[in-house]
Design a protein around this ligand. Structure first.
Ligand code: ASP
Ligand code: MG
Length: 448
C-alpha cells in the first residue's frame, strides 16, 4: 500500500456541522488521507473536566446541558440514523452518571473515563456526516490499539504495542473505508480509558503516523500555521512557512499552543513532515515542519509558558559536597515530577516545575514533596511565574546575544536564565504579570 496521510482536526474544526463539513471538504480533496483523528467538539472537554472535579447538582446540570447542546445541535442538523442518535444518548447518560459519581468521590481513573467521552461523540457524529455525503467512512475505537500505562491524566503510550496492534487492526482497514478515530484517549492494562494530557490529539496523530509510516501528518486547527509568537499577544507576529523539527519542538515544549509538546517526537523519529493549517481557511496556507530548512534564522520565535513554579533549594551541605543534587533529583523523581529548568550556585539550586498539560490540575508541589525536600535543605517556592523562551539557531555560538536580548529588558526582573544547553533556545523566568510585555518588547526588537 502506498504511504498514507493522517489528518487530525482540533476541537474548533469539529465544533458544529459547518466546521465539520469544511473538514470533510479537505479530506475529500486529498485521496492520500486514509486516517482521520479527531478532538472533541470545542467546549466539550472543558465541560467534562469541570464535571470530573465533582460539581454540585445545579452546576452539574449546567455543564451537562452545555455538552448536550453542542452535540445535539450537530445531531439536529444531520438527523442521523437512529442507531447513532441512540449511541450519543447513551454516552450522554453515561456522562451524567459518571459526573454524579465524581461529585461523591472523584478519582483520576474516573476523570479519564469521563473526559474521554468527548472524542467518542465527535467521531461518531463525523462518521455520520461523511456517510451522508456518500463517503465510505468507518468509526474506529482507538483504544483497541493505543495501549498506555495507567498514569491517568497524562498516560504514556506503549509504542511497540501500538505498532503491532495497528498492523493487525488498523492497517487492513485502511484499504477499504476512510477511518475516523479518536485523539487523546487510550486504554491501560485493565482496559480502563486513559488520556494523554490536554491537547493530546496531536500526539495521537503523530504516534499513528509513526506506527503506520505515514508520508505526512496534517494538523488542522483554527490558525493558519505557526507564528513567530502568539498573535493574540503580539498582533504583528508573522507566519513561519517552514520550520525544522528541532525548532518546532522547542517552541511546543516551551509553551507555543500550536502543537502538543510531545507531538513531534514520533514524527521526528520517523522523519514524517507535519503540516499545520486552518481547516476554516485552508487557502491561507500553513507551516510545514520538517527535518531541515534552508537558511535557518538566528531568532525564529518566542514562546511563553505561564503557570510556572520556581523552587529554590538552599543548603550549606552542598558546599564541596557530592551527591546532594542526586538526592534532590531522586526525591523529585519519586514524586513523579519533571524538572524543566535548572540553575545552580555553590550552595543553592533553582529549578522550575511545570504545571501545564496534566488534566489532574493538582499542584505539583504537594505537602509531601515539600516536607521531604525540607528535610534536605531550605525550600523556597514562588508560584505564578512565566517562562519566556527565545527559539532560534546556533544561539550558543553567536556573539552579543546577551546584550541583544537583555539589553531591551531593562525594566524587568529576570528571575532565572538558562542558556547554552541547546543551540536552539535561550529561556528565562519572569513574574507572571510581566510576561506579555516582555514578549511584546522582545518581538518588537528582535523580529520586526
Ligand atoms: N479534547 C482534548 C482537549 O481538549 C484533546 C485535544 O483536543 O487534543 O484537551
Ligand atoms: Mg484541542
Amino acid at each position: 500500500m502506498t504511504q498514507i496521510t493522517i489528518a487530525k482536526f482540533g476541537g474548533t474544526s469539529v465544533a458544529n456541522t459547518h466546521s465539520m463539513n469544511c473538514c470533510a471538504d479537505l479530506i475529500l480533496k486529498d485521496s492520500s488521507v486514509r486516517l482521520v483523528v479527531l478532538s472533541a467538539s470545542a467546549g466539550v472537554t472543558n465541560a467534562l473536566v469541570a464535571l470530573a472535579s465533582g460539581l454540585e447538582p445545579e452546576e452539574r446540570s449546567v455543564q451537562i446541558d452545555n455538552i448536550r447542546q453542542i452535540q445535539c445541535a450537530i445531531m439536529d442538523e444531520l438527523s442521523p440514523q437512529e442507531v447513532v442518535r441512540e449511541e450519543i444518548e447513551r454516552i450522554l447518560e453515561n456522562i451524567s452518571a459518571l459526573s454524579e459519581a465524581a461529585s461523591l468521590a472523584t478519582s483520576l481513573a474516573l476523570t479519564d473515563e469521563l473526559i474521554g467521552n468527548g472524542e467518542l461523540m465527535s467521531t461518531l457524529l463525523f462518521v455520520e456526516l461523511l456517510r451522508q455525503r456518500n463517503v465510505n467512512a468507518e468509526w474506529f475505537d482507538i483504544r483497541k490499539v493505543m495501549r498506555t500505562n495507567d498514569c491517568f491524566g497524562k498516560a504514556e503510550p506503549d509504542t511497540t504495542a501500538l505498532f503491532e496492534l495497528s498492523q493487525l487492526h488498523l492497517l487492513p482497514r485502511l484499504k477499504g473505508a476512510l477511518i475516523i478515530t479518536q485523539g487523546f484517549i487510550g486504554s491501560e492494562g485493565k482496559g480502563r480509558t486513559t488520556t494523554l494530557g490536554r491537547g493530546g490529539s496531536d500526539y495521537t496523530a503523530a504516534l499513528l503516523g509513526e506506527a503506520l509510516n505515514a508520508k505526512r501528518i496534517d494538523i488542522w486547527t483554527d490558525v493558519p500555521g505557526i507564528y513567530t509568537t502568539d498573535p493574540r499577544v503580539v498582533p504583528s507576529a508573522m507566519r513561519i512557512d517552514k520550520i525544522s523539527f528541532s525548532e518546532a519542538a522547542e517552541m511546543a515544549t516551551f509553551g507555543a499552543k500550536i502543537l502538543h509538546p510531545a507531538t513531534l517526537l514520533p514524527a521526528v523519529r520517523q522523519d514524517i513532515p507535519v503540516f499545520v493549517g486552518s481547516s476554516k481557511n485552508p487557502d491561507a496556507g500553513g507551516t510545514l515542519v520538517c527535518q531541515k530548512t534552508d537558511n535557518p534564522p538566528l531568532f525564529r520565535a518566542l514562546a511563553l509558558r505561564r503557570g510556572q513554579t520556581l523552587v529554590t533549594l538552599h543548603s550549606l551541605n552542598m558546599l564541596h559536597a557530592r551527591g546532594f543534587l542526586a538526592e534532590v533529583f531522586g526525591t523529585l523523581a519519586r514524586h513523579n515530577i519533571s524538572v524543566d529548568l535548572i540553575t545552580t550556585s555553590e550552595v543553592s539550586v533553582a529549578l522550575t516545575l511545570d504545571t501545564t498539560g496534566s488534566t489532574s490540575g493538582i499542584s505539583l508541589m504537594t505537602t509531601a514533596l515539600f516536607t521531604e525536600l525540607s528535610s534536605l535543605c531550605r525550600v523556597e517556592v514562588e508560584e505564578n511565574m512565566a517562562l519566556v523562551a527565545l527559539i532560534g539557531n546556533q544561539l550558543s555560538q553567536a556573539c552579543g546575544i546577551g546584550k541583544k536580548v537583555f539589553g531591551v529588558l531593562d525594566p524587568f526582573n529576570i528571575r532565572m536564565i538558562c542558556y547554552g544547553a541547546s543551540s536552539h533556545n535561550l529561556c528565562f523566568l519572569v513574574p507572571g504579570e510581566d510576561a506579555e510585555t516582555v514578549v511584546r518588547t522582545l518581538h518588537h526588537n528582535l523580529f520586526e
